[in-house]
Each structure stands twice: as structure tokens, then as C-alpha cells.
Design a protein around this ligand. Structure first.
Ligand SMILES: [Zn+2]
Length: 211
């Protein structure tokens, strides 16, 4: 919905630009307001989109679909800005000053909207399932994270979070929702060792049982 608002802002800006909506000497002001509303709507929409994809990630079985799905915000940013940029650049009726300012504002807004819409760290259904399984096996499902960073931990006493003032705990779902989607390497290594030990124990007991 916010992306549609962005699109609407773009269209209104273009109507002001082409004179379909006559704004007299306030043309520049209206165009800049239009561009800013466009950018804010696209950025806000993309943040909600990324958040929704942490809560309920898409499957990465189809890589192309996975990429497009996660970066729908980037596509929205392109749709909401590129036509406008082209029309501003190619418009011959604008005076030089208006054109320069409008171009700069639009390019900057487009870049900000594009970068902030791109999902740099997409999470897949498979990632989430794997994370839940690992957590369930090692801690019974509870994970830990702190105020900053992108990692979550299996061990509340992990050396990397020992000095953090606040340590949050919750399920893997909650950690992902909090944008902590990466397992801490220290905790991962520890979990692997524990896993191997458990396997070794099972092997030993099956040998014992066989004997
Ligand atoms: Zn850790």
C-alpha cells in the first residue's frame, strides 16, 4: 500500500512537472514535496516488507523467485523513480535551475530509496527451519541476542555477549523478528562439538549394546 502511495506521489510529481497540474511559480516546491513523499512511502513500505519476510520467510528453492520476492522493495523503488528521473532529465520546458535541483533531489532520493529497499541479508524458509532445529537440539529452542549486531547466540554466557548490558532471550522466531538472523560463530562451533560428542556417545552405546 505504501508503495502505491509512492507511485501516486510519482505520478502527481510528473503531472506537476509536465504542467498537467498547474502550480505557477510553486512548481519546484511541489515537485520536491512529491519526490520526498515518493521516497518516504517507498522506504517505509520496504521496511515493512523486509520485516514481514523475517517473520515468514520465502523458500529459496527457486533462487530467482527468492531474490525477486525479497527485493520487491527495490523493484518498487525502481518503478517509483526511474520514469520520473527519465522525464526530469529529458524535459525541455524546465528552466535550468529547476531542472538541476529536481534532478539532484530525485537522484539522491532514488539512491536512498533503492539502497534502503534492498535486502542485504535475506532469510529463507530453509534458514529459519535450520536455525530452529539447531536451537531445539542445543538449548531446547531458546536463543539470546543483544542490543546491537545481527547475530543470535545459543549460549547466554557466550564470550562475545558477556560484556553486553542487556541480553534478550526468546525463540528463534523472535530473534529473526528482531533481525538477529545469523548464528554466532563461537556458539555454532560449541554446538557442533556438543553435537559430535552426542553422536560419539550414541555410537559408544550402540557398540555397548551390540556387545
Ligand atoms: Zn555466541
Amino acid at each position: 500500500m505504501l508503495w502505491l502511495l509512492g507511485l501516486a506521489a510519482e505520478i502527481l510529481t510528473l503531472m506537476v512537472l509536465t504542467g498537467k497540474i498547474y502550480t505557477g511559480d510553486k512548481q519546484m516546491m511541489f515537485m520536491i514535496i512529491g519526490i520526498v513523499v515518493d521516497a518516504v512511502a517507498v522506504i517505509a513500505g520496504s521496511q515493512l516488507w523486509k520485516h514481514a519476510n523475517r517473520l515468514d520467510p520465502a523458500s529459496e528453492a527457486n533462487k530467482v523467485k527468492f531474490f525477486l520476492w525479497n527485493n520487491l522493495g527495490l523493484i518498487a523503488a525502481i518503478v517509483c523513480f526511474i520514469p520520473m528521473l527519465i522525464l526530469i532529465f529529458t524535459n525541455k520546458d524546465l528552466d535550468k535551475k529547476t531542472k538541476t535541483i529536481a534532478s539532484v533531489v530525485a537522484v539522491v532520493a532514488c539512491l536512498i530509496a533503492g539502497v534502503s529497499s534492498y535486502d542485504f541479508n535475506p532469510v529463507s524458509q530453509e534458514d529459519l527451519a535450520q536455525a530452529q532445529q539447531t536451537a531445539a537440539q542445543t538449548t531446547g529452542g531458546t536463543v539470546y541476542w543483544t542490543t546491537f549486531g545481527e547475530k543470535y547466540h545459543l549460549d547466554p554466557n557466550c564470550s562475545t555477549i558477556m560484556n553486553s548490558a542487556t541480553v534478550y532471550s526468546g525463540t528463534v522466531d523472535e530473534a529473526f523478528e528482531a533481525n538477529r538472523t545469523e548464528l554466532c560463530k563461537v556458539c555454532e562451533a560449541k554446538a557442533d562439538v556438543a553435537d559430535d560428542t552426542a553422536e560419539a556417545d550414541t555410537d559408544a552405546s550402540s557398540v555397548a549394546a551390540a556387545a
